[in-house]
Design a protein around this ligand. Structure first.
Ligand code: M6R
Length: 366
């Protein structure tokens, strides 16, 4: 049932070109510049007039929510807040009938997310779900929603569910943008044409596996690890750190690269590996200066870069090349090598990758 792979996690990482395609099937009409989201179609007016979108989730799903925030604010120009469901539910949040709450959950059973939904519902908000497990509890208590269609995810560490959640949020952002008139038709056609290419670019990202194994060998005995990124590279950094800590038990932190100088920089020495999301995009030059700051303190730099990159290559100890794409889609690609990195390190450390200690696949207790 692991399809020839040693672990479910690895199988699920490798399924991503297919799962992303499944998630987008029937929802993208690139030539017409059209996105179709049957599940939320009846709420189009509500989306057009929403004052605010609040995303609630836990763990990896919360990271997908942060990516969603970048996309929705950038393209649809609606203010977005992303909240941990566990905090939201206990802090008497301000919610009105004009708010749309989007709850993200792979399992559809997370107790904190369910309680947050009930609270928002009582206050009159419209609730959408983005879930993977069909027929689970969350889709039953939301007003509408979109399934991620990633297929069953068995590994406790979420991988293909994350990229499917990000895919759905991308489609939502573009759909809302189109409805609100913040994107024109030509841009829409371009964006969707590029989005159509993502599954094959993810396939290319999987080819980094061999190189990542070499890097993993060097990092496997580290006690700490820092992940840094800017813009939508920041949630990618958080996700990379979570993957590493949950399955390899190496202490890892994700930070916005610019926050390094406000604290974490104190930790940097020759024993501290720092993983940068340093692809060619609007924050490239800024990330380069952050890399210099780490190198000046003898930190070990591992950088995810755009294919053909020359500048970062000169400074980094190791680079991992991924294909170039629209900046909006960076998280869908840059996450793949970080999943592979966590996986390989965990295997090398002899950890139980699919069932890490103290963790459950769905957290049905508060
Ligand atoms: O099923 P959910 O998406 O609601 O689960 C949320 C988190 O428990 C989950 O993402 C957790 O953080 C994973 N173990 C991360 O890999």
């Amino acid at each position: 049932e692991k399809g020839g792979f040693d672990h479910f996690m690895l199988k699920e990482i490798y399924e991503q070109p297919r799962s992303i395609k499944d998630c987008m099937r029937g929802r993208i009409y690139a030539n017409e510049g059209k996105v179709q989201l049957g599940g939320i179609k009846d709420y189009t007016e509500k989306l057009k007039n929403a004052d605010r979108i609040i995303i609630i989730a836990c763990g990896t799903s919360w990271h997908a929510g942060l990516v969603g925030e970048y996309l929705i604010e950038e393209y649809a120009r609606v203010p977005v807040e992303v909240e941990y469901a566990s905090e939201f539910r206990y802090r008497n949040p301000i919610i009105s009938e004009k708010d749309i709450v989007v709850a993200i959950s792979q399992s559809g059973e997370t107790a904190d997310t369910m309680a947050a939904i009930e609270l928002a519902k009582e206050k009159g908000a419209t609730i959408f779900g983005i879930c993977n497990v069909v027929g689970s509890s969350i889709p039953r208590i939301t007003h509408a929603g979109v399934y991620t269609h990633a297929g069953p995810e068995i590994g406790v560490a979420s991988t293909k569910a994350f990229t499917a959640q990000v895919s759905v949020l991308t489609l939502m952002a573009l759909y809302i943008a189109q409805q609100r008139g913040t994107i024109n038709q030509a841009e829409m056609v371009n964006m969707l044409t590029e989005l159509d290419e993502i599954p094959s670019l993810v396939e290319k990202c999987l080819k980094t596996d061999e190189k990542i194994r070499v890097i993993s060998e060097k990092l496997k005995d580290s006690t700490n690890c820092l992940f840094l990124g800017r813009g939508s590279g920041f949630p990618v950094a958080l996700e990379g750190a979570l993957k590493l800590k949950e399955i390899s038990y190496i202490h890892a932190e994700g930070y916005p690269a610019a926050e390094m100088k406000h604290g974490p920089i104190a930790l940097i020495d020759e024993d501290m590996p720092v993983i940068f999301i340093a692809t060619k995009n609007s924050s490239y030059e800024k990330v380069i200066s952050n890399i210099q700051e780490v190198k000046a303190r003898k930190g070990k730099v591992i950088a995810i870069v755009t294919e053909g990159d020359k500048e970062v290559k000169k400074m980094a100890d190791y680079i991992i090349e991924i294909p170039d794409t629209n900046e909006a889609y960076l998280p869908l690609l840059a996450t793949i090598p970080l999943q592979l990195l966590a996986y390989n390190i965990a295997v090398m450390r002899g950890c139980n990758v699919d069932q890490p200690r103290n963790l459950a696949k769905s957290v049905t207790v508060e």
